[in-house]
Write a protein that binds this ligand. Sequence first.
Ligand SMILES: [Zn+2]
Length: 165
Amino acid sequence: MSTPILIDSLSFARDRQSRSGRIALAKLARVVEELAATDGELVWSLQGDIDTLSRPFLRLQIQTVLTLRCQRCLETMPFSLDVDSRITLFTSEARLESACEMDESLDAIVATEELNIEALIEDEVLLALPIAPRHENCGNAALERSRAERPNPFAVLASLKRQPE
Ligand SMILES: [Zn+2]
């Protein structure tokens, strides 16, 4: 286990700090359960800021391509994930609840001095996943796979070049 990345969420937002990084998908245990393949990584960036209502918030952007399993044909399918969320910080559960009652689309958390960025990223990825992933056209998936399995002539050439002379 690597050490978690912890931030003081309120000062991060108020000081308009920013941070970014990459995480191997295999490290996100709750996301892995939803994936058909766990290779690859995601890139993320987090920026703190204050909104027009003077509320501190975190803007979290995540990009990756996940391999999901189609619920209809059970073949794998690529899924481009592009998250851009604004997570508003509240200093108490009561304030958070009343704000969410007024604005149902609000994405909010209670501010903490030790916010685990990886856990936050994992939550946002899970929220962005389709409930029942399906190909638009399942028949094409098997076709695409057989195409992908055929050796690429350029890859063959490259491997020949790499051999010692
Ligand atoms: Zn399918």
